[in-house]
Design a protein around this ligand. Sequence first.
Ligand SMILES: [Zn+2]
Length: 256
Amino acid sequence: MSPSKDLLSESEILRYNRQISIKAIDFEGQEALKLAKVLIIGMGGLGCAASQYLAVAGVGELTLVDFDIVELSNLQRQVLHQDADIGRAKVHSAKDSLLLTNPHIKINAIHGLLSDDSLLEQIERHDIIVDCTDNLTVRQQLNQLCLKTKKPLVSAAAIRMEGLITVFDYQAESPCYQCFSQLFGEQQLTCVESGILAPVIGVMGSLQAVETIKLICKIGQPLIGRVLMFDAMTLEMRQMKLNKIDKCSICSKSNS
Ligand SMILES: [Zn+2]
């Protein structure tokens, strides 16, 4: 019946049935997911949560980038890594776990901290970038390179019992991560020393997967120019408008 039959095998159609049943997604959305290439930077708590939902949802190609190795203190929230993975590169541990959840997809693992040139090369060959790092330098590097290539960046952070998420599309009127930092402060986005409740980071990573899937399928209203804030203590979600800053050192000159 569907022209999609060629792209999706019978087994894939069965596997993704509940998702294809969503009218906004349908076969067309599932095909778009299969054809999509998503770059995930950071395989900690956010990266583990986001990537596992992108993998089971059928995103055709995922590239995982992280320079870290698995440690015991990661296991509380980084759900793709297990005790036996301690000492392994996070990207290798995560790749093995993800392939067990969906053998139909391709996963590339890059262990290391990428130079501007190498990261740019990766960004150019992917459709959407998911920022799951807690490293400020890497976030700034991602912002500059995504601005340069106009590739959408799905960015989130979690700390203690709180999380934040926003999407940058790098269009002329849209804010960038630097605009965001001026409003929220950069320290808001790192979670190393303050602690983090595992399911809170899972919620934020899952929301990154939701936004990525919406962008790929071109459905709904992506979180562009808005920041969603989640407070687990009260279980409230609030939204704030995020405007482009006129004199942003990163995005205003390049668009003028
Ligand atoms: Zn900006």
